[in-house]
Write a protein that binds this ligand. Structure first.
Ligand SMILES: C[S@@+](CC[C@H](N)C(=O)[O-])C[C@H]1O[C@@H](n2cnc3c(N)ncnc32)[C@H](O)[C@@H]1O
Length: 309
């Protein structure tokens, strides 16, 4: 019975049928076309946030952010934060714990909904934490030592040179073209960091290892979607290389990689990571369904099947 259902699943999601059914319809359309279309619609002229298919997005026709900013996403960000914390053994892996305890200036670039900044500020009340993001979906109430600022990092960081003891950037690289990051963001991160301070880049090489048939399909979607965007994403190793090329200003102390275990086989951590990935897949429906010409119901079913794969 088990073998049979596996077999039927495999044939449903076989490579040939994927290729036939799910070819991108408009390969050159914008990465975030549904959000951009809504952002330029006259009825949304005065809206700060826009709703598409029941999810809430920041209204910005220039943005390349594809992550919603609503309660569902906030819960996902909290869960992801917990997964990161367990995986990395704390809120950060740079040796700054003592500095944070005695009072440091901290910057979180592309802070999203401010989960990391809030937790860091809460754990280290003598430190000052600033989170910046171009989508101001910040927490309504923040701690006295935590502040948020709407700012596009590509326009530069609005801080003087040598301001921060610790600068962090997490999961940003998918939203910013590699060349623009290399030309603009990298230098800004270095400029605002004090001599002797730390910069920590936490990012994901989103490749799923040993995917099943449906996992392979989602990988296909992701690759085609990124390709359609024209954004050149980059591996963490390339980011480290970019830092090491600034050898007069920066010393690369550590490059660490961890594999995120997805699935029930990996206990509570694997379950949380899987739930998180599924949350991300759900929020991608708005882009993948029109791009790959599939209905929302088909897409939802794929996610259900994927969770069992
Ligand atoms: C994938 S989310 C990661 C959020 C957060 N760092 C985390 O770990 O949960 C990427 C964030 O980068 C922000 N972002 C993208 N491009 C940006 C830019 N040019 N300037 C500032 N923030 C940007 C997006 O708005 C989004 O909140």
């Amino acid at each position: 019975m088990k073998a049979e259902s596996l077999k039927s699943k495999e044939s449903k999601y076989a490579e040939a049928s994927i290729n036939a059914l799910f070819q991108p319809q408009q390969p050159t359309q914008s990465f975030v076309a549904p959000v951009r279309d809504a952002a330029i619609a006259p009825e949304n002229l005065f809206e700060v946030f826009i709703e598409i298919n029941g999810r809430c997005y920041f209204n910005d026709s220039e943005s390349s952010n594809y992550i919603p900013c609503d309660n569902k996403e906030e819960m996902r960000a909290h869960r992801m934060h917990q997964v990161d914390k367990v995986l990395w053994g704390g809120l950060q892996s740079s040796p700054v714990t003592e500095e944070l305890a005695f009072g440091a200036r901290v910057l979180d670039v592309g802070c999203g909904m401010g989960v990391w900044a809030t937790n860091t500020g809460s754990d280290h009340p003598l430190s000052t934490v600033i989170g910046i993001d171009n989508a101001p979906a910040f927490p309504k109430h923040s701690l006295p030592n935590v502040a948020f600022l709407k700012c596009n990092v590509l326009d530069g960081l609005p801080f003087p040179d040598n301001t921060f003891n610790f600068v962090r950037q997490a999961y940003l690289v998918i939203c910013i073209d590699w060349q623009r990051w290399n030309d603009k963001v990298l230098k800004e991160l270095v400029r605002v960091t004090k001599p002797g301070g730390y910069i920590e880049i936490m990012d994901i090489d989103a490749e799923i290892m040993q995917p099943g048939p449906i996992g392979r399909m989602f990988e296909k979607f992701r690759h085609s979607h990124v390709e359609a965007s024209g954004i050149k994403t980059v591996s963490s190793a390339a980011m480290v290389k970019a830092f090491s090329e600034l050898k007069d200003e920066v010393v690369v102390e550590k490059f660490e990689q961890k594999i995120i275990p997805y699935g029930h086989w990996a206990g509570k951590l694997g379950e949380a990571a899987l739930k998180n990935y599924i949350g991300l897949l759900e929020s991608m429906a708005v882009f993948y369904c029109p791009l790959f010409n599939i209905t929302e119901a088909e897409y939802k079913q794929m996610i259900v099947d994927y969770a069992e794969e």
